[in-house]
Design a binder for this molecule. Structure first.
Ligand SMILES: NC(=O)c1ccc[n+]([C@@H]2O[C@H](COP(=O)([O-])OP(=O)(O)OC[C@H]3O[C@@H](n4cnc5c(N)ncnc54)[C@H](OP(=O)(O)O)[C@@H]3O)[C@@H](O)[C@H]2O)c1
Length: 207
């Protein structure tokens, strides 16, 4: 069982919180609107609690379920309140047409989050290649992850497995930029090859 804090009260936050609770994890949802956070926690039930942005998160794993532009400022705002935490960045820094990313070449939101965080924080990129509505369907999925710290990746993987999904390690945090690129790839597939967004990206391993 993991203790999870989720910052954000939108689509991804709610579905991740719901899945996390189903997997027997403890969940705190954190939003800048305290009343809305309490409402979301109440609707989730199963012991979910509400936290306020800026106060030390209760969870050992803190998921940033916010727009990409909010991730780095938020981590800066938290500062030492995040010390020792595993921070999971799920963001996709799409441009306005979702045909590219707005991050400069050679970096990623996850890398910038790691730079902004205290040294004791370990950042893991995960869940950005999973559509929220597909996650809500409870079908088997691969969740690609990237990060520099083996223990942080192990605890993130344990959380992913607890909700019935398969964690697929892609390597160090330098791989986060390609995971963010894979988010763009998924949008292209949705527009063209698949023709809708009701699909997932996964690995098929030859027997
Ligand atoms: N939706 C998907 O299928 C999907 C899939 C993979 C990855 N992602 C990524 O997941 C992230 C969240 O997506 P979403 O679809 O859940 O977005 P969303 O429904 O728009 O929710 C975003 C949430 O972030 C909160 N927020 C924004 N800035 C904040 C700040 N500075 N401090 C605290 N909370 C803040 C918003 O709070 P307020 O209500 O107060 O504005 C809102 O609750 C995005 O980065 C997205 O790229 C989404």
């Amino acid at each position: 069982m993991s203790s999870i804090s989720i910052i954000g009260l939108g689509q991804m936050a709610r579905v991740l919180a719901d899945r996390a609770l189903d997997g027997g994890n403890t969940v705190e949802v954190i939003g800048r609107d305290a009343a809305k956070a309490a409402e979301v926690a109440g609707a989730l039930g199963r012991g979910a609690t509400a936290g306020t942005v800026g106060a030390a998160p209760a969870g050992d794993i803190v998921i940033l379920a916010v727009p990409h532009g909010s991730a780095v400022p938020l981590v800066g705002q938290y500062g030492d309140a995040l010390a020792g935490k595993v921070v999971v960045d799920i963001t996709n820094p799409f441009n306005s047409s979702a045909t590219g990313v707005v991050t400069p070449d050679g970096t990623s939101v996850a890398r910038e989050v790691a730079k902004a965080a205290p040294a004791s924080v370990h950042v893991v990129k995960a869940f950005n290649t999973v559509f929220g509505h597909v996650l809500a369907q409870r079908r088997p999925l691969d969740v690609f992850i990237a990060g520099d710290d083996a223990r942080a990746k192990a605890s993130t993987s344990a959380f992913i497995e607890s909700i019935g999904l398969r964690a697929m390690d892609t390597g160090g945090l330098e791989m986060a930029q390609w995971l963010e690129g894979a988010g763009v790839l998924m949008m292209g597939l949705g527009r063209q090859g698949v023709g809708n967004y009701d699909f997932s990206l996964g690995v098929s391993i030859a027997a």
